[in-house]
Design a protein around this ligand. Structure first.
Ligand SMILES: [Zn+2]
Ligand SMILES: [Zn+2]
Length: 432
């Protein structure tokens, strides 16, 4: 059923966050009573924040093609007086904002925290009818990266006005090509973590499997690793009525698929989630002809690096040995995707404090909230201690519940100031 056009910017919020009324869910303010005026400051920037998100939503660009997006980001950062570098990893942008607060000891230059926002969109034709829908046919911000850009730019704005409250620096990294994986590595190779050298990293993902008003912050792995598996089974084609004169690769491929399903259930600890999925299998042309070859493509997901390595090795061994046992041969190749996103315990604790100060302790549930998806924020988290957290963005009562990468994807824009406030509190506490 088509949804009615929405206008979150003008609708009154139903969230405890939005009304600032005392009540059960009214959040406590920041730890140590610091930055207590932050919320009022964010409320003042709220309309601009939503407008910014909608502007980027209307002009989505695909991975490594984010030229207009990058130019708009760079211009915004320059206007704020940041040191800006463009062209990192292709279309990446970095802006450095230095605090002016004097440290107790003069020679203490302070720390540098990197705030990462991904900027690319997806090859999807938007099916929403909102007035701010994508103006580019076949391309859509269907993962929330438009919101990530708007939050990071507004954070730059907000912190630029508060330079005197911190020393050290905030480095904003606007990363291309998260969806295709690879933008993060290229930005790092182009020096995104150097000059000034980054001490810690932080980032957020708007997330529609979590309701708006809720944040998910945890230490350890939060997103899985993702690798692409290719198998080619070579048999010997022949007449469908005379299988004894042929080697049927379809039957061999079927055995391989079933055998590989036992790797997770029999060789990985029951306490460690992992996934082996074959999403594509092709072989044969005619119903009565035995094919020569079958090709399979699949994905491997894991949260522990040791599980990832074990599965990478065992998929090949099992596939080759099953094929051999059935007189066929299997070729195996695995294309390394990205690693798991693993949060540092201290950075996760700091981010949790910021999240609780923003939405209250009830809004930041404990327990295991890992996601099976993947994100190349993993490369930043592997290089420096950091935290990647999820900002709830769904609101089924308003019809906002489509999954990421759906043509009907949208966010409840109340999530934007919540993400912004959490990032601001975390950044200021880190540099404080
Ligand atoms: Zn995505
Ligand atoms: Zn995403």
């Amino acid at each position: 059923m088509p949804r009615q056009p929405r206008d979150h910017a003008t609708s009154s919020s139903t969230l405890p966050w939005g009304n600032n009324q005392p009540g059960k869910n009214t959040p406590d303010y920041a730890p140590n009573g610091q930055h207590d005026d932050l919320r009022a400051d964010i409320q003042r920037r709220r309309v601009g924040l939503v407008e910014l998100r909608r502007r980027f939503h209307q002009r989505p660009e695909l991975s490594f093609e984010e030229h207009e997006t990058a130019a708009a980001i760079a211009e915004h950062l320059r206007r704020l007086g940041l040191d800006v570098r463009t062209g990192l990893g292709g279309t990446g942008v970095v802006g450095v904002l230095r605090g002016t607060k004097q440290a107790a000891e003069k020679q203490n230059k302070g720390h540098v925290v990197l705030v990462r926002a991904d900027i690319d969109a997806l090859p999807i034709q938007e099916a929403n009818d909102a007035p701010y829908r994508s103006q580019t046919p076949g391309v859509m911000h269907a993962c929330g990266h438009d919101g990530h850009i708007a939050i990071a730019l507004t954070l730059a704005d907000l912190l630029a006005d508060r330079r005197d409250q911190f020393h050290g620096a905030v480095k904003f990294a606007f990363q291309p090509a998260e969806e295709r994986i690879g933008g993060a590595d290229r930005m790092i190779a182009d020096g995104a973590l150097d000059d000034p050298n980054v001490d810690a990293v932080i980032g957020l993902h708007l997330w529609t499997s979590v309701p708006v008003g809720t944040l998910s912050v945890q230490a350890g792995p939060v997103f899985a690793s993702a690798d692409e598996v290719f198998l080619r089974v070579h048999g010997r084609g022949g007449h469908g009525a005379m299988p004894h004169l042929a080697v049927d690769p379809i039957v061999v491929a079927a055995q391989i698929v079933v055998a590989l399903q036992t790797l997770v259930s029999r060789e990985i600890s029951p306490f460690h989630p992992a996934v082996v999925t074959f999403g594509s299998i092709h072989g044969g042309e005619a119903f009565n002809v035995i094919a020569d070859t079958v090709e399979l493509r699949g994905t491997l997901r894991a949260y522990e690096a040791s599980d990832r390595e074990l599965l990478r090795q065992r998929i090949g061994e099992v596939a080759r040995d099953v094929a051999k046992g059935m007189r066929a041969e299997a070729e195996y190749e695995i294309r390394r995707g990205c690693a798991a996103c693993v949060n540092d315990a201290e950075m996760a604790a700091l981010t949790r404090r910021a999240a609780e100060a923003t939405v209250g302790a009830d809004g930041v549930p404990g327990g295991d909230q890992r996601q099976a998806a993947s994100d190349d924020m993993a490369s930043f988290l592997a290089a420096r201690p950091g935290c990647y957290f999820f900002v709830g963005a769904s609101n089924p009562a308003r019809g906002i519940d489509a999954p990421h990468h759906s043509a009907r994807f949208d966010i409840d824009e109340d999530a934007l100031p919540i993400g912004l406030e959490t990032l601001a509190r975390a950044t200021l506490e880190y540099l404080g």
